[in-house]
Design a protein around this ligand. Structure first.
Ligand code: BG6
Length: 479
């Protein structure tokens, strides 16, 4: 057995269609949930408007116009030495309304060209099927994933793209960060994960979340099954947001709260990787009357459609403490989250914790024994362009270096099987959480601001050359 970074390790970068493509109405594309989200700011939530309103600014409509710039951008990825490129297929480019029988050929053709461009440089596309971009029509007409019919629409979409790209794409993921909706008090997370646009005081929020999540899990399992029939060599993964939840103190109640919080955030991965609901969730759903429409056939599907690998995002850890008025340690999110005094945070308040990545990798290996792919990691930060058009982003290099080191420790010292690393927002794009351009993650700077002004010109940051060297040395020279 070798405990080192494999020779064919998938170094690359990650994005999502709605955050960079723009061209929101070109090539027959329909609007998605992301197209009705306004720009927020640091600490200011994005609004989800009813339809598109003329007096509002929607940053995803144009984003960084990757739709027209992709040859130039892929060329820059190739110059960095990318082995893979993670993006999503915008569902509403293929099925503009989501419930049509026939796909939109112009949408399919765009991804033919995009994947061909990747292969021209030996870059393997890694594709997410649903990354916060459900067609808006499915939200308006069906209320998003609360409706069981969405399973058929999604599986139809998956089948069409699996068939079309069966020779172009090997690595797939079903739903991006399917477990973000654990925090069902957050409007944005419910809308992006499941197309559930709900009032803050809607008493059904929790029940709808569990129902929607169940339909998504069944749809995910069916997609895995269909995908393997179409091409047995497909590698189809889940994608969860992995935020380890630490206890705030060594008090047993805090430690137990942290354990319950981990169960409540990661049962999604249990279902997708192990094919069955864990017993703690069965007990919780039964005790709280949240078990609504789950059939015996669904359970068979879940067992038959387990994923090949675990894709996950890692940005930070969180710390939780038991709450006095919560004797059963129920976990939703904000109320239990504490500041961790041992960690510094980014300008957007995200704790910076490289060892947390090694913890996450070990935890996932302990639970699932499947290959792991880190499909998002990175630092959202403000960048400054100097007079001579340089971007000295040493803070980003420091963040990534520490996290890659933690990943290498997990591979070499803990024996964790990691197959790839695709840092988030390898080219600057629209932030999902805030709609800002100024929250930048990229190795490549894009001249565009929070109001949509700018030339759109691409510039290489210092981190571009640093990452190029990391890939060239297969992670041996972290600088
Ligand atoms: C993940 C998402 O939650 O984090 C991405 O999969 C998102 O879509 C990324 O962009 C970073 O979050 P944000 O809010 O800084 O864009």
């Amino acid at each position: 057995m070798k405990f080192s970074i494999p020779k064919d390790f998938l170094w690359g970068g990650a994005v999502a269609a709605h955050q960079l493509e723009g061209a929101w109405q070109e090539g027959g594309k329909g609007p998605s949930i992301a197209d009705v989200m306004t720009a927020g700011a640091n600490g200011v939530s994005r609004q989800i408007t009813k339809g598109i309103q003329a007096d509002k600014y929607y940053p995803n409509h144009e984003a960084i116009d990757f739709y027209h710039h992709y040859p130039e951008d892929i060329k820059l990825f190739a110059e960095m030495g990318f082995k893979c490129f993670r993006t999503s297929i915008a569902w509403a480019r293929i099925f503009p309304r989501g419930d049509e029988a026939e796909p939109n050929e112009a949408g399919l053709h765009f991804y033919d060209k995009l994947f061909a461009e990747c292969h021209k440089y030996g870059i393997e596309p890694v594709i997410t099927l649903s990354h916060f971009e459900i067609p808006y029509h499915l939200v308006e007409k069906y209320g998003g994933w609360r409706d069981r019919q969405l399973i058929d629409f999604f599986v139809h979409f998956a089948t069409v793209v699996f068939k079309r790209y069966r020779h172009q794409v090997k690595y797939w993921m079903t739903f991006n960060e399917i477990n973000n909706q654990t925090d069902y008090t957050e409007r944005f997370l419910m809308a992006t994960d499941s197309g559930l646009v709900l009032d803050d005081d809607d008493p059904q929020r929790e029940a709808l979340m569990y129902q929607a999540a169940h339909y998504e899990l069944v749809a995910s399992a069916l997609a895995v099954k269909v995908g393997h029939q179409i091409n047995p060599n497909f590698e189809i993964g889940c994608m969860i947001n992995m935020t380890p939840l630490y206890p705030a103190t060594s008090k047993p109640v805090d430690i137990f709260q942290a354990q319950k919080a981990m169960q409540r955030r990661y049962w999604f991965a249990d279902v997708q990787a192990l094919g069955t609901y864990p017993r703690h969730m069965e007990a919780f759903l039964a005790a709280n009357n949240l078990r609504d429409d789950i059939t015996a056939e669904d359970r068979i599907t879940l067992r038959e459609g387990t994923v090949d690998y675990i894709g996950f995002s890692y940005y930070n850890s969180m710390t939780v403490a038991a709450q006095k008025d919560n004797p059963e340690f129920h976990f939703v999110g904000p109320e239990a989250i504490q500041e961790n005094p041992y960690l510094k945070a980014s300008d957007w308040g995200w704790p910076i914790d490289p060892l947390g990545l090694r913890f996450a990798l070990n935890w996932l290996e302990d639970h699932y024994h499947k290959p792991l792919m880190i499909v998002e990691n990175g630092l959202g930060a403000k960048d400054e362009v100097t007079a001579d058009k340089q971007i000295h982003d040493d803070y980003r290099i420091a963040y990534l270096k520490a996290h890659i080191q933690a990943m290498e420790d997990a591979i070499e010292k803990d024996g964790v099987p990691v197959i790839g690393y695709t840092p988030w927002g390898c080219i600057d794009l629209v932030s999902a959480g805030t709609g800002q351009m100024s929250k930048r993650y990229g190795f490549i700077y894009v001249d565009r601001d929070d109001q949509g002004n700018g030339t759109g010109k691409r510039l290489k940051k210092d981190s571009f050359y640093w990452y190029q060297k990391v890939i060239k040395t297969n992670g041996q020279d972290l600088g």
